[in-house]
Design a protein around this ligand. Structure first.
Ligand code: ADP
Ligand code: NA
Length: 329
C-alpha cells in the first residue's frame, strides 16, 4: 500500500508563526511525515488576496519556510515549496473557477468575514475565489487527506464537490480528498484574552511568536491573565487562563494534565507561570536557532525550496496535463 498523500499550506506571516500555529497545526505536519507522503507549501498566492508589500512578502515567505524546516519538516521526505513556484496551482484553479457556481462561492463564510473586515466594495475578486485556489492546491496533488481545522471545513467541502463534479462531467480524474482531524492538536488561547484563540490578529502581548526573544516570551507568560482564585487546576470553563497555561505546558513537556495538577498542588500561579515560561523558552530555543542558521544561508534555503517545487511539479504537471486534455485544450 502506498502511503496516503496529504497536502497542507500555511500563509507567510509577518514576524513569525505563533505557538497556536505550532501546536495546532505545524507540529502535526512534522509527525504526519511518518505515515504520509506530504506536500507542504507556503501559500504566497493566497497572501496577496489582501494587500502586501512586495519586499516584505518575499522576506516573510523565506522566513516562514525556514521556520517549517526548523520545526522538523524534512525536505528529504516531504515536498516543501512555495506555492507561486508551482504554476500548476493557478492553471488548475482557472478550470475549477469555471466549474464553481457564483452562488456557491458566495456562501463561503470566511469570505464574508474577511471582506467585511476589508470594508464593503474593497475586497478583491481574488479574496472571493480564494477557496477555489485552495481546492486547486489540494486536487493538483491528488491528495487523499487534508489536515484541517474547523475553520476550513467548508472549504474542504467545496473542494470535494468540485472534484466530484469534474469527475462526473469529464471522467474520473481527481482523488476526492477527506478531512484528516489532526491528532494531538491543541487549541491555544490568547494570553491576555483567554476567551479568544491565540492569533496574530490580536495585540502581540497575548501571542507567543516562535521567534520572540526568550525574555519577551517569559514576560508575556508572566503577564498572562488568570483569575482571582489560587488553585492550579484544569477547568477551561471557569479558569480559562490557568487551563491554557497547563495545556501549553502539557503539549510541550509531554506531561499529562493530571500529573501537572499534582505537581502544582502546593504552589500558586506564580510558580505555574515560571515553569511554563521555562518549558516554552526551552522548546522554542532550538527552533529559533535553526531558523536563524537557515536564514544566514539564503542560497541554500532557496535551493531546498527549488528542489521542493521541482518535486511538486512532477505530480502537479501530470494532473494539469490530464485536466487540460479532458476539458478540450
Ligand atoms: P491566525 O489566527 O494567527 O491568523 P491562521 O488563521 O493563519 O492563524 O492559522 C494557521 C493555522 O494555525 C491553521 O491551521 C489554524 O487552525 C492554526 N491555528 C491558528 N491559531 C491557533 C490557535 N490559537 N490554536 C490552535 N491552532 C491554531
Ligand atoms: Na486567522
Amino acid at each position: 500500500m502506498p502511503l496516503p498523500r496529504v497536502l497542507s499550506g500555511i500563509q507567510p506571516t509577518a514576524d513569525s508563526f505563533h505557538l497556536g500555529n505550532y501546536l495546532g497545526a505545524l507540529r502535526q505536519w512534522v509527525s504526519l511525515q511518518e505515515s504520509a507522503e506530504a506536500f507542504y507549501c507556503v501559500v504566497d498566492l493566497h497572501a496577496i488576496t489582501l494587500p502586501q508589500d512586495p519586499a516584505t512578502l518575499r522576506r516573510n515567505t523565506l522566513v516562514s519556510a525556514a521556520q517549517l524546516l526548523a520545526i522538523g519538516v524534512d525536505p528529504g521526505r516531504s515536498a516543501l515549496f512555495v506555492q507561486s513556484h508551482v504554476p500548476e496551482h493557478v492553471q488548475l484553479s482557472w478550470v475549477l473557477e469555471c466549474l464553481t457556481g457564483f452562488g456557491e462561492a458566495s456562501r463561503m463564510t470566511q469570505f464574508k468575514d474577511k471582506s467585511q473586515r476589508e470594508g464593503t466594495g474593497t475586497a478583491s475578486v481574488g479574496l472571493f475565489t480564494y477557496p477555489v485556489l485552495q481546492a486547486a492546491d489540494i486536487l493538483v496533488y491528488q491528495a487523499d487527506e487534508v489536515p484541517v481545522g474547523e475553520d476550513q471545513r467548508q472549504h474542504l467541502e467545496l473542494t470535494r464537490d468540485l472534484a466530484v463534479r469534474f469527475n462526473g462531467r469529464f471522467g474520473q480524474t481527481f482523488t476526492v480528498p477527506t478531512a484528516r482531524i489532526p491528532q494531538g492538536a491543541a487549541k491555544i488561547l490568547d494570553l491576555q484574552s483567554p476567551d479568544k484563540k491565540m492569533s496574530k490578529s490580536l495585540p502581540p502581548a497575548g501571542c507567543i511568536f516562535l521567534l520572540d526573544e526568550p525574555a519577551v516570551t517569559a514576560k508575556k507568560i508572566r503577564s498572562a491573565v488568570t483569575d482571582t482564585g489560587r488553585e492550579v487546576v484544569f477547568d477551561p470553563e471557569n479558569k480559562a487562563g490557568v487551563s491554557n497555561l497547563l495545556a501549553i505546558h502539557s503539549a510541550l513537556s509531554g506531561q499529562s494534565i493530571a500529573d501537572l495538577e499534582a505537581h502544582f498542588a502546593d504552589s500558586g500561579y506564580g510558580d505555574l507561570k515560571k515553569e511554563v515560561a521555562e518549558v516554552v523558552t526551552e522548546s522554542l530555543a532550538p527552533i529559533r536557532q535553526r531558523t536563524q542558521e537557515l536564514l544566514d544561508d539564503p542560497a541554500e534555503l532557496e535551493r531546498v525550496l527549488a528542489a521542493g517545487a521541482a518535486r511538486a511539479r512532477e505530480v502537479a504537471s501530470r494532473t494539469v496535463a490530464e485536466v487540460y486534455d479532458r476539458v478540450g485544450f
